[in-house]
Design a protein around this ligand. Structure first.
Ligand SMILES: O=C(O)[C@H](CS(=O)(=O)O)OP(=O)(O)O
Ligand code: MG
Length: 230
């Protein structure tokens, strides 16, 4: 499995298989939304689109990054979301980097969205599919966000079947600029607890795959089935 690691501005072709990585915080938050019962996460193109979807479907839950805003129910924070009951709900998510990265590869035949909390399941799904090449979309910092690159490289190693020690990857992510910004409250709509939640390895046993349905990019959890024991 060949791996390439590209920022959103570097995506010039339609990849076959894409893994869109956003550790801080979009795809940690999406994973928590599924853990809290959400049925699906619609990745919105813009804040206006998210609000228009909510106007048509008042039962949907809108979520944005940055500060809270009228019309939005939640912010992009795992710590602030983890006590919210989302059973059976549709969440509409719009963030600066993560959702933009997934929409940039929406024509790929397989789009997975990932972070450390679903890294193992994501790698296992890739191993099962065994594609010739995987494009990792490093969503933060124009492709340079250390937490996203570290997570992408870790998943790539595990997908190849290598015995990979997670510690150095988590250390790199922990030393990233995003962590410093979250710890010091530079990022709005966050709490310092977000950092630890974003650096939890394999907290969840599912992967997350996005597909286009009725012109919406819809993220769902993919539960992997254990092979029957001999
Ligand atoms: O929510 C985040 O951490 C970031 C954006 S911000 O700088 O905090 O507003 O968005 P994401 O797309 O999840 O990286
Ligand atoms: Mg990010």
């Amino acid at each position: 499995m060949r791996a390439r690691f590209l920022g959103i501005p570097e995506l010039t072709d339609v990849p076959d298989v894409a893994v869109v990585v956003d550790v801080m915080r979009a795809y940690t938050v999406a994973a928590w939304a599924f853990a809290r019962g959400a049925e699906r996460v619609v990745l919105a193109e813009s804040l206006e689109d998210a609000l228009a979807l909510k106007a048509r479907q008042p039962g949907w839950v809108t979520l944005k990054d940055g500060s809270p805003a009228p019309g939005f129910d939640l912010v992009n924070s795992p710590a602030l979301l983890r006590d919210t009951d989302l059973a059976g709900r549709t969440v509409v998510q719009k963030t600066t980097a993560g959702t933009v990265g997934a929409l940039a590869v929406k024509d790929a035949s397989l789009v997975l969205c990932a972070s450390f909390v679903v890294a193992g399941a994501t790698a296992r799904l890739l191993r099962e599919r065994a594609p010739r090449e995987v494009t990792f979309v490093v969503t933060g910092g124009g492709g340079r966000a250390e937490e996203d690159l570290a997570c992408a490289e870790y998943i790539a190693g595990r997908a190849r079947g290598d015995a990979v020690d997670a510690a150095p990857y988590l250390r790199r992510a922990g030393a990233s600029r995003s962590v410093a910004e979250l710890r010091t409250g530079v990022r709005e709509g966050s709490t310092p607890e977000d950092v630890a939640l974003c650096l939890e390895l394999d907290r969840f046993p599912f992967a997350m795959a996005a597909t286009v349905k009725d012109s919406l990019m819809v993220l769902r959890q993919v539960t992997l089935v254990d092979p029957p024991s001999a």
